[in-house]
Design a binder for this molecule. Structure first.
Ligand SMILES: Nc1nc2c(c(=O)[nH]1)N[C@H]1C(S)=C(S)[C@@H](COP(=O)(O)O)O[C@H]1N2
Ligand SMILES: [Mo]
Length: 320
């Protein structure tokens, strides 16, 4: 268990360095574009929303954090997948600012004894916030280490008391066509829908995330709340969730519908299962030099000792 017990610095110690790094990188880009001459403090202040976002501190989680150095704020909030805002990695930061995140409610229902609609204030207070550093992995064989702030999704599910029929959980995310330029393209049958098996949803590593780096989530990362499932490929972690349902049958998620041979329901990180268009045996850590050798991807993203038992007896090459 040792790799999950290494203490992490508090977010307050990390943030200034990350902001400083991103500023330096921004300056580098700006210099390349010839924009630096005459740069004023106001120009520098426009370097990302970090300093102006309200704080959301979490108590560092000793047990579930990993030891890797977190990615810079600029990587985490500037290199994203959020197809509602476009397919380019830079599109979410460019466009997501217009998403309306207040007021926000999440309807939780389906096979539950106590269906209920929660507002954001209620959700934020449901359980103590913890900070957890995860390697969020994406199918495109790149990875990042992210200090999420949130609490286990199980705290919310327990409130509504799933019935004996509830074998899966689905997540439906926000659809605001007026401000989401990406939804004009039918790459996905909007809204974006994802799902987990009930035991996966109740696992303490599955988080409901409200913040990152000690700040409330920037819109491009799925404000005001998103899911994070660190042993699965990134697309399982639905952003900007508005509806959660407990259901009896295995749901068909958006990516399964769009490309069933490429994206399965489980989507556990698995270096032995090839994506039809690329290998998933190695990954590149965002923020490292392009010349750095790719690292070998670990089964279950390195969380095997905590999650592998849930899949005992399953053929994970078939149930990919
Ligand atoms: N609503 C919604 N959620 C989404 C997506 C999306 O397009 N729409 N993209 C997924 C994919 S493919 C990835 S890799 C992660 C990226 O999360 P990040 O940008 O915070 O790193 O969000 C996931 N959640
Ligand atoms: Mo992804």
């Amino acid at each position: 268990m040792s790799r999950f017990r290494i203490p992490q610095p508090a977010p307050s110690e990390i943030t200034p360095e990350a902001v400083w790094q991103s500023r330096r990188r921004w300056l580098g880009q700006a210099a390349a574009l010839g924009l630096v001459a005459g740069a004023t403090p106001e120009v520098l202040a426009s370097d990302g929303p970090a300093p102006s976002l309200p704080a959301l501190e979490g108590k560092p989680s000793g047990r579930y954090s990993v030891m890797d150095k977190p990615n810079a704020w600029d990587d985490i909030t500037g290199y994203n997948n959020f197809y509602e805002f476009g397919t380019d990695k830079a599109d979410p930061r460019r466009h997501a600012g217009r998403m309306v995140t207040e007021p926000w409610t999440v309807e939780v229902g389906g096979e539950v004894l106590k269906p209920r609609t929660f507002d954001l204030d209620e959700l934020r207070k449901l359980a103590p916030m913890e900070e957890r550093i995860y390697r969020l992995r994406c199918v495109e064989a790149w990875s990042m280490v992210v200090p999420w702030v949130g609490y286990p999704l199980s705290a919310l599910l327990k409130q509504v008391e799933p019935t004996g029929k509830a074998r899966y959980v689905t997540f439906e995310t926000a659809l605001q066509p007026e401000v989401m330029p990406g939804v004009k393209r039918r790459i996905i049958d909007w809204p974006y829908v994802e799902g987990l098996r009930m035991d996966e949803a109740m696992h303490p590593l599955t988080l409901l995330v409200f913040g990152v780096y000690g700040k409330i989530l920037p819109n491009q990362n799925g404000a005001p709340l998103r899911v994070a499932v660190p042993w699965k490929y990134g697309f399982k972690s639905a952003k900007s969730v508005v509806r959660i349902r407990c259901v009896e049958e295995q749901p068909v998620s958006s990516w399964m519908k769009s490309a069933p041979t490429e994206y399965g329901f489980y989507a556990n990180v698995n270096p032995n299962v090839r994506h039809p268009r690329w290998s998933q045996a190695t990954e590149r850590r965002i923020g490292e030099s392009l010349f750095a050798p790719p690292v070998r991807t670990q089964m279950f993203n390195g969380y095997g000792e905590l999650v592998a038992s849930m899949y005992a007896g399953m053929d994970l090459a078939r149930d990919f």
